[in-house]
Design a protein around this ligand. Structure first.
Ligand code: DLL
Length: 439
């Protein structure tokens, strides 16, 4: 494998280095087809476009598209389970569903052709992240309705890798398999990577000495500080990957191993926009806003201008790897996860940036939100690093409170817990416990 040698390796070189104008032409051609397909086959789109006075044939340039209506997660819920499908049930090769904690899941589906495109995109993402044909993928993303496990599985096979299909959990056994099979690539959420590092260390395994070289982590917000912690504890290079079920699953964008500085957003298969979450206005390249994605190559369930709720920035410009696709910068969080504490807006990932790597603290935390009267209050539960004396907890708590106030502007109280007391993650970590709804 050549992640070490530094050679750039591409799964689809013609596409990955395509000129910007050519990419835009390709996008327009695909967009015209997908808009017509959605309009002709999904009643919700027929009604929406008719109501907006838009005919698919009106679309003459990518700029015209800014006037098209948005699609939101609620549309999928309202048409549950199959109302937004554009093909007959028998043409759906597979269903997945998005992780929702309450109520009905959001169902998504793929034709055989869609699955093919998805596998290609995932192979491209993994190659971009430094994986090579012949590498072993230790796949600890959950298999099942969640798109993580099977998305990585199909992509790895497409790239020519060897897959160990594990899912999350049974962590001690995972460490044993990492030792015995010598996987060079691991796929799992960043929070589970940290859990694996901790369990391995407790078992007395020198995790840094394993053949593992690269971690491909996503499915939840994480910070550069957590990346540095994973790099250090597992002796690997941790790379960010992004996607969401409604659009295709993982495979929408990936960092390159060369720069690890923003995720190449695959413009040949998706159209990306950043909008002002309040007004819906399209923002110029580089400005932080809500990411809006249109699927250009998904036939079972096309999505037009889908509001992801993910807050990020799109950045254009050359990347050392030579890929021309713009980059999605690290996602700060979902607008739904933004907390407003005493009038200050904040995301859990900002707290993570401050906590991870601080002396005396282990990299595990949860934010607890309560309502006192009309005011929301925040308690940050952090864990003491092993070996820290209980008598030092109060001082550490004061230090954390001080830093959060100083850097984020939020007044909170910090509670230092004993080692092991903050729950560990095997998939998507629960970062916030919202106790407001319980009164
Ligand atoms: O999490 C798909 C996925 C699987 C992505 C494996 C990467 C790796 P959902 O369960 O539908 O799909 O959740 C999608 O997770 O809208 C983001 O809020 C969040 N998310 C996904 N990747 C990242 C990332 C999968 N790299 C939702 N950074 C998205 C931050 C992420 N948030």
């Amino acid at each position: 494998m050549n992640a070490k040698s530094g050679d750039t390796y591409m799964f689809a070189p013609d596409i990955e280095t395509m000129g910007r104008d050519q990419l835009a032409q390709l996008q327009l051609a695909k967009l015209k087809k997908i808009v017509k397909h959605a309009y002709d086959n999904v009643p919700l789109y027929t009604e929406r476009l008719d109501a907006a006075g838009i005919e698919p044939g009106d679309l003459k340039s990518l700029d015209d598209y800014a006037g098209f209506p948005f699609t939101v997660k609620e549309d999928l819920r309202a048409t549950y389970p199959l109302g937004m499908f554009a093909v007959g049930r028998a043409d759906v090769a597979r269903f997945h569903a998005s992780s929702g904690t309450t109520g009905k899941p959001t169902v998504v589906g793929y034709t055989r052709e869609d699955l093919d495109v998805w596998a290609d995109l995932m192979a491209r993402c993994m190659a971009c992240a430094g994986a090579r044909p012949g590498d072993i993928l230790h796949n600890a993303y959950g298999y099942g309705l969640f798109t993580g496990g099977l998305g990585f599985h199909d992509g790895a096979e497409r790239l020519g890798m060897t897959v160990l299909p594990l899912s999350g959990g049974l962590t001690e056994r995972q460490i044993m398999l990492l030792q015995d099979f010598g996987a060079s690539i691991i796929g799992c959420t960043p929070s589970y990577a940290l859990n694996i590092a901790e369990v391995g260390e407790k078992m007395g395994v020198d995790m840094r000495a394993l053949p593992l070289e690269i971690g491909i982590h996503g499915a939840e917000p994480w910070s550069d500080e957590l990346r540095a912690e994973i790099d250090r504890r597992l002796g690997i290079k941790a790379v960010d990957i992004y996607g969401l079920s409604e659009i295709i699953g993982p495979g929408v964008a990936s960092e390159c191993i060369e720069a690890r500085d923003g995720l190449h957003a695959w413009e040949d298969c998706f159209l990306f926009e950043s909008i002002d979450p309040d007004s819906g206005a399209v923002l110029p390249m580089g400005e932080a806003g809500e990411l809006v994605i249109t699927t250009l190559a998904k036939w079972a369930q096309p999505m037009l201008r889908y509001r992801t709720r993910d807050i990020t920035r799109l950045v254009d410009g050359p990347c050392p790897c030579g890929r021309t696709h713009p980059r999605i910068m690290r996602i700060t969080g979902r607008s739904d996860d933004m907390l407003i504490i005493r009038g200050v807006n904040m995301f859990p990932s900002q707290v993570e940036s401050l906590l991870v790597g601080r002396p005396g603290i282990a990299p595990y935390y949860q934010l607890v939100v309560r309502r006192e009267g009309t005011m929301d209050t925040l308690t940050v539960e952090v864990e003491a690093a092993p070996g820290v004396a209980a008598g030092d907890y109060a001082g550490i708590a004061k230090d954390v409170e001080h830093h959060i106030k100083g850097m984020i502007g939020v007044t909170c109280s910090a509670q230092v817990m004993a080692p092991g007391e903050v729950p560990r993650s095997e998939g998507k970590a629960v970062r916030v416990r919202d106790l407001r709804k319980k009164g």
